[in-house]
Design a protein around this ligand. Sequence first.
Ligand code: URP
Ligand code: ZN
Ligand code: ZN
Ligand code: ZN
Length: 467
Amino acid sequence: MSNRTLIRGGLVITAADETHADVLIEDGRIAALAAHGSTAAESWSADRTIDATGKYVIPGGVDAHTHMELPFGGTFASDTFETGTRAAAWGGTTTIVDFAVQTQGQGLREGLDAWYAKADGNCAIDYGFHMILSDVNESSLKEMDLLVEEGVTSFKLFMAYPGVFYSDDGQILRAMQRGTSNGGLIMMHAENGIAIDVLVEQALARGETDPRYHGEVRKVLLEAEATHRAIQLARVAGAPLYVVHVSAEEAVAELATARDKGLPVFGETCPQYLFLSTDNLAEPDFEGAKYVCSTPLRPREHQAALWRGLRTNDLQVVSTDHCPFCFTGQKDLGRGDFSKIPNGLPGVENRMDLLHQAVLDGHISRRRWIEIACASPARMFGLYPKKGTIAPGADADVVVYDPGASQTLSAQTHHMNVDYSAYEGKRITGQVETVLSRGEVVIDQREFTGRAGHGVYTPRSTCQYLN
Ligand code: URP
Ligand code: ZN
Ligand code: ZN
Ligand code: ZN
């Protein structure tokens, strides 16, 4: 027995088009689109009809950078796969790509299996995995090939966090060379962590212990330098490169220079760099700890370059780097020593709304909103057109979005398992109304109707910008 849902009367927005169309969903997939009021659309019948008059009908968001339950700085990111994916659904995101972790001395298989186990049966929306490489050696390089075959087609390396996730330039080069041969995409955390650790030690010795010094020691120059070095290493390896959480104007410039040479270099930024700044890090009474993440928040002047990069396609993706730690009991670990504040911000629920606000503020167009939040991350990480668009055959991951609704972002009303909002009090025009994941309504007119275990592991093909 087939199950048909019809979404009627909305403005369907994809990265390519905006059309007043009705959307027919059958057995979890988009079956057809037809102009609203057309004979074809009028002839459709369904078990359920959703009235989207005056609303946008957009693809579910694809958040390609989350860290549910990440072990970090002696604690764990406070959202589990269950709470984090539910919050994602509330915010109109229907796919996450989270980071499985290889710890030092461990194999990739062991690390990845642990992440499959954490997520299995707990997710409200679909999910895939990238793999963090913390120990590049002969055997982990071989294991990369196997992971690509099973749909884990991207690998994050760190030029930061010596002694934890850090890889040296030789390890980075080897991993890139392996990616060249097996099709895996290298994702880089580009900050010179060796130099940063010297500056951290010197700052603490001077008694500079407040959260704002986190931003001062993690210098723009050390992000730009690492971005440049990563690009050159990728060129030597003949490998493509994806730079995560780009925060600084000078780093965008490195990407733009490489792209203008025609190199396959890509970049991601995150809402926190577009909407927050070092002013937040400097908030008194340790409140700045709420904004400690790496790369760090930058002076407000950097935001214009990030928006420009998103418009010119020197940056392709906005993901959240969702990595929440509660202010009480977790961020607290760094009172008296900013270097002990667990790094990361909550945001998986806020991304689609913040970027819709950016449309209204004139930074990006509606179609670019959908491109950077849905289509481009899906293409970058081998999920397109199953995810990231509304087209016949695609998974029916669809959001009915009310562009005129008003909301105020707040920890009082959000669904992320964290005791503060990085955007507390921010007013947004636009709100998610209804969300479908593979045809199943998981948010119904702002009621959660989904369930843990609906979301399934989604293997990915290799980067679709390269062929
Ligand atoms: O501060 C951050 N970004 N925490 C998560 C780990 C990472 O580097 O992405
Ligand atoms: Zn990172
Ligand atoms: Zn350019
Ligand atoms: Zn991250």
